[in-house]
Design a protein. Structure first.
Length: 279
């Protein structure tokens, strides 16, 4: 039998549950209050660290973001470096891929253990760098834009045979002087700008170029020396008649055609000399 002061029925249980809930509610309110000073001190430490690292005036979010996007020294990453733009006066080094929606600019080298890709790649110091040691000619793969070299050793070749190139066709190709259309358009655009304007250049110079015409080589059957238009997937593009569209010339390979022509002329000269000696 239970005493008079012992817990009795559902009313007592409900009262005890209400007391427990009230106690838990008080505890829940006290937890954030007790941690508030710690959080505040942590926030202040973070702010002081950022200011000490970048500058004493780095008090705004914009200034901090500018310091992050243009770090004062080298940038090194074990993985991927990614952003809208990355600029640093030092070097950029990554074990993975370097990716930017904008530009990647460095005062020193940009080095990646994997691929370095971009719509436009500039090597601003290259024109003034004189290579005096071992070197190879660079080739650009038209389908992918990848830089590489073309092997000439017989170890990498098979089915080697004499090139069937008509020397008379090669000799018929006439070098020409010309101006690029986009250069003429650029001169007209600059001349039409209001003065003063940063790009207003009434005396903009259109340079005279020298070379050959790709369509003429194509029409003469010298297809091996013509570069044709390709789509983004590397497939050859054709005109309405189904013919490939010439874009440029393999000037690097043109000496091969000239060698055929010179051999032809040398053989003709030798035959003439023989006739002259026997006459």
């Amino acid at each position: 039998m239970l005493g008079d002061d012992a817990p009795q029925g559902e009313e007592w249980i409900a009262r005890r549950v209400a007391e427990i809930e009230s106690a838990l509610g008080e505890l829940a309110r006290s937890v954030p209050d007790s941690f508030a000073p710690v959080v505040k001190r942590l926030q202040q430490t973070i702010i002081e660290t950022i200011e000490a690292t970048y500058s004493t005036s780095a008090e705004t979010t914009a200034e901090i973001q500018a310091a992050v996007s243009a770090p004062p020294g080298p940038v090194a990453a074990a993985g991927t470096v990614s952003g809208s733009a990355l600029s640093t006066p030092g070097s950029v080094t990554a074990q993975g891929t370097v990716t930017a929606g904008g530009s990647v600019s460095a005062g020193a080298d940009v080095t990646a253990a994997a691929a370095l890709r971009g719509v436009n790649l500039y090597a601003s110091a290259a024109p003034d760098f004189n290579i005096t040691g071992t070197r190879v000619a660079a080739w650009l793969e038209t389908a992918t834009g990848r830089l590489g070299t073309a092997s000439s050793s017989e170890r990498f070749k098979t089915n080697v045979r004499a090139a069937s190139i008509d020397p008379r066709v090669v000799l018929a190709m006439e070098p020409v002087f010309f101006e690029y259309v986009h250069e003429l358009e650029e001169r007209e655009r600059r001349a039409a700008l209001p003065s003063p304007h940063s790009q207003w250049t009434p005396d903009y110079t259109v340079h005279t170029e020298v070379g050959m015409v790709a369509e003429r080589l194509h029409a003469a059957g010298l297809h091996q020396f013509v570069v044709y238009e390709r789509d983004a997937y590397g497939n050859a593009m054709c005109d309405e008649a189904g013919q490939p569209i010439p874009r440029s010339i393999f000037y690097e390979m043109w000496p091969v055609a000239q060698q055929v022509a010179m051999r032809h002329l040398d053989e003709r000269l030798a035959r003439l000399e023989q006739r002259s000696e026997s006459a």
